[in-house]
Write a protein that binds this ligand. Structure first.
Ligand code: JF5
Length: 252
């Protein structure tokens, strides 16, 4: 998959994206990530990329020329998405949609904003990572690149992991995980996980995932269509059905 990122801080994005499984995927050629410096084509002595806003006001605006020229020189893979709080909200579905395609590109805004002609006449859409304001789109770009590339076949170490986890096939938060030691500072690993009974472990994990989701993110259980008969059975087996139904009641 090819991904192009346009930014005035290319080292920030490129550096982040050399770590861990994403860095490995770049080394093996699975991910062709190209980070472009918006200043690279600026010819003026100060290589400026910003200017004061028409109409007045505080702060600076990213100028159209360096952005249009950098994008046209790179011929990036489309869609080209502008990062900013006004865009379509990134979620697991949006990440999967981008992972299913041939690639995409990201433009990192900075300053008080980007000249509106960039969004209107150069970009294909806008993408947000959440309802808060960042100093620039670089960290948001890293979030998008990581969320998408880890879904690509062959990028994650364990092929089963991507589907098992939170927001995967189940639409639930994950069950809790444990590793050695069996007792740490007096806190024990649940006995069922050490029983060797895989069917019991699966029912316990489903009950735990349902409990966590009902208490922390009841909206996710609603979106999934509530509890199934199997869910009720697994919860009842562990004495958790009443607690989960209480958490899902209209008053919360
Ligand atoms: C940005 C001007 C873009 O702040 C963000 C952002 C928030 N959620 N998703 C992205 O982007 C950076 C800063 C200033 C435009």
């Amino acid at each position: 998959m090819r991904i192009d990122v346009f930014t005035i801080f290319p080292d920030l994005v490129d550096g982040f994206c050399w770590f861990s499984l994403l860095g490995k995927a770049r080394l093996t050629g699975l991910v062709d990530l190209r980070v472009h410096d918006l200043r690279s084509l600026a010819t003026d002595p100060h290589r400026s990329v910003d200017d004061s806003p028409y109409g007045g006001g505080a702060g600076m605006v990213l100028r159209p020329e360096p952005v249009f020229e950098a994008v046209e020189a790179a011929e990036p893979v489309r869609p080209l998405l502008l990062l900013g709080p006004g865009g379509v909200r990134l979620n697991q579905g949006v990440a999967q949609h981008l992972a299913d395609g041939p690639g995409f590109s990201l433009l990192c805004g900075r300053y008080e904003g980007v000249d509106a002609r960039v969004a209107e006449h150069l970009c294909d859409g806008e993408l947000s990572i959440g309802d808060y304001v960042l100093g620039g789109g670089e960290v948001a770009a890293c979030v998008v690149v990581e969320a998408v590339t880890r879904l690509l076949p062959g990028v994650m170490g364990n092929a089963a992991s991507a589907g098992d986890e939170s927001f995967g096939a189940t639409g639930l938060l994950e069950h809790p995980h444990y590793t050695r030691p069996a007792t740490y500072r007096g806190h024990e690993v649940p006995a069922v996980l050490r029983s060797g009974d895989h069917a019991s472990v699966a029912r316990w994990r489903n009950a735990q995932a349902l409990l966590r989701t009902a208490e922390q993110r009841p909206d996710l259980l609603g979106a999934r269509g509530g509890l199934t008969d199997v869910d009720r059975r697994d919860l009842a087996e562990h004495g958790l059905l009443e607690r989960v139904e209480k958490a899902l009641a209209p008053e919360g």
